[in-house]
Design a protein around this ligand. Structure first.
Ligand code: TRP
Ligand code: SF4
Length: 327
């Protein structure tokens, strides 16, 4: 694939701050794609409202955290257009216009619609806005005329719907948009500190913004291979979440050493974790540095140039759409 225009979005919700799972599963590929095309990365605050409209207190802080995460991992606002969805009013206009041509049934059969309603049973998301979530996502993408959308497996259906809406629009009014393709990032099999999949909801995640001492506090009590009850019991590294993290964040020679020494009880789990703590901290250090470089700058100042560039591009698209739709 040869991506030209790349677009993706991050939802500034309560499940906000990015952890290593988000880095492996999404952000890493965003950073790589910056070198491969014109990138549009959006903090999609209207999407956050679809599920959080009842409690909007935290949203500005979540926007700030999402932005700092993007900058920390190396999304460069000079290279990429980093912008706030709600700063681009053309997105709302195109949503309304595309709403005219999007059959209700297409939205109702999006699997995440029913799934999320069941999962988030504590709130009422039987709303027009939530039903329109994938339509709004379609608009995010096509208003930038993006052809490539880095997302996880869970978003494939949304992209299919986006292409269907695009084809319907083209059938009615004439060609206007590329058909956006997903750029799939493999689902990371990164364990959290309790050995289950790393996830905010399990409270087992290592966050990109964790301090060096927090990393130690989280990794030291980690579960290990159950065979290593005593220091002298040999273990099987493949059965240990600490080892999985070593494979992601330690160098080849250290991984090989841990692999060999664990099997013959040559290394204790605490020492093994000590090495991992150092390596995770070395990995996160440049993230912390960049985060602190930006921390004192106001969100609005960081976003202003990106908001402007995104709005300009959106305006050109919407003018074309209005021409085609005669409104
Ligand atoms: N739905 C995406 C998610 O849950 C977020 C999103 C909104 C998005 N708009 C987008 C992703 C546009 C890619 C492109 O992660
Ligand atoms: Fe896990 Fe390391 Fe202990 Fe082996 S030595 S069980 S890899 S923590």
């Amino acid at each position: 694939m040869n991506p030209r225009v790349i677009m993706s979005g991050i939802r500034p919700t309560g499940t906000g701050a990015a952890h290593l799972g988000h880095w492996e599963g999404a952000l890493k590929s965003w950073v790589q794609l910056q070198e491969m095309g014109e990138c549009y990365f959006s903090i999609v605050d209207w999407h956050a409202l679809t599920t959080e409209y009842q409690d909007v207190k935290g949203i500005q802080d979540n926007i700030r955290q999402s932005l700092l995460d993007l900058l920390a991992v190396g999304i460069d606002p000079e290279k990429s257009v980093v912008y706030l969805q709600s700063a681009v009013k053309e997105i709302a206009e195109l949503s309304l216009l595309l709403g005219m041509v999007t059959p209700l049934g297409w939205l109702e059969r999006v699997p995440t619609f029913k799934e999320q309603q069941a999962q988030l049973s504590d709130r009422d998301i039987n709303t027009f806005g939530f039903l329109g979530y994938p339509l709004l996502q379609t608009v995010d993408i096509i208003i930038m005329k993006a052809d490539t959308v880095p997302v996880g497996e869970d978003q494939v259906f949304h992209l299919e719907l986006a292409r269907e809406i695009v084809r319907r629009f083209h059938g009615l009014y004439g060609d206007c948009f590329p058909e956006p393709q997903p750029f799939l990032t493999p689902i990371p099999k990164l364990p959290g500190v309790d050995g289950r999949k790393m996830s905010k909801s399990y409270d087992n995640a290592i966050y990109l913004c964790d301090s060096a001492s927090t990393i130690g506090e989280k990794i030291r009590p980690m579960v290990t291979d159950v065979r290593r009850k005593r220091r002298s019991d040999p273990g099987v590294p493949e059965d240990c979440p600490v080892f999985v993290l070593h494979k992601a964040y330690s160098k080849g020679d250290e991984i090989a050493m841990v692999d060999a020494e664990c099997r013959k009880a040559g290394i204790g789990c605490l020492d093994c974790k000590g090495i991992l703590i150092r390596n995770v901290n070395d990995f996160l250090e440049p993230f912390r540095q960049r985060r602190s470089d930006y921390e004192r700058t106001a969100v609005a100042d960081i976003l202003a140039p990106g908001n402007r560039r995104a709005a300009e591009r959106a305006r050109r698209t919407i003018e074309q759409v209005r021409g085609l739709m005669n409104v």
